[in-house]
Design a binder for this molecule. Structure first.
Ligand code: C5P
Length: 235
């Protein structure tokens, strides 16, 4: 812990962050965790890793073979390991670093359908609840404040202008040399938002006790000021 760390173990809380695709949830959550000395978990990465595994094992081809994908779940071992070069944790699928593969457009195109499968959600929600058992965690996703940690002390629902979101995601992919066009990125975001909001199990919705953060025109530093004021209440 350094001098900017503001929590003590006695006052550790759970921070749940939900919202639309590409709102900057993970960047925001990671920065909060770093400042508080908390664990950060990107649950979208976990759904993406199951999708990648399904594609590799032939359970997802032109459609999803749901029984086959469910049967594969016990073979999915997920761990987050800190990568000092990135200053962030990478996701390992069965001991392989898949951080870059899980961000491909192919995975993005399938993940919202994979995340509709009840058994997949049950499997991952259980892992997520285990990770947060001792509090001191910032978790981002779609159902964190509603399903994974309904008792979280601080719940944030993030949103931003769809065009701003598409531009942000496009720039991120471009920086990695990914040739996906802005139109394709915007289409994928629209489709995922639609699927995530309207699925039967654990749809994306704002928890009643969540505070809304629209970061369309906010810098990361402004977002940090906003959240630290709310966190201070618990410290
Ligand atoms: O956060 P990210 O955009 O990487 O998530 C990818 C997809 O995983 C989402 O579009 C959603 O379908 C699914 N997801 C979910 N529940 C979560 C996190 C992600 O259904 N808690």
């Amino acid at each position: 812990m350094n001098s900017s760390t503001v929590n003590s173990s006695a006052s550790k809380i759970t921070i749940a962050i939900d919202g639309f695709s590409s709102c900057g949830k993970s960047t925001f959550a990671r920065e909060i965790a770093a400042r508080l000395g908390y664990i950060f978990v990107d649950t979208g990465a976990m759904y993406r890793a199951v999708t990648l595994f399904g594609l590799r094992q032939g359970a997802i081809t032109t459609q999803i073979d749901t029984p086959k994908l469910i049967a594969l779940l016990p073979k999915v071992q997920l761990t987050f390991r800190f990568n000092p070069a990135r200053g962030a944790s990478d996701l390992y699928l069965n001991d392989e670093n898949v951080e870059s593969q899980i961000r491909s457009l192919e995975v993005s195109d399938w993940v919202s359908r994979v995340s509709q499968i009840g058994a997949v959600r049950t499997y991952l929600v259980h892992l997520q609840q285990e990770m947060g058992r001792h509090k001191g965690i910032v978790m981002d996703g779609r159902d964190i404040g509603t399903v994974v940690f309904p008792d979280a002390e601080l719940k944030i629902f993030m949103t931003a202008d769809p065009q701003v979101r598409a531009q942000r995601r496009y720039r991120e992919l471009q920086a990695k040399g990914d040739p996906t066009s802005l139109e394709e990125v915007a289409r994928n975001l629209r489709e995922r938002d639609e699927a995530d909001q309207h699925r039967e199990i654990s749809p994306l919705r704002q928890a009643q006790d969540a505070v809304v953060l629209d970061n369309s025109h906010m810098t990361v530093e402004q977002q940090m000021e906003w959240v630290m004021q709310r966190v201070a209440v618990w410290m």
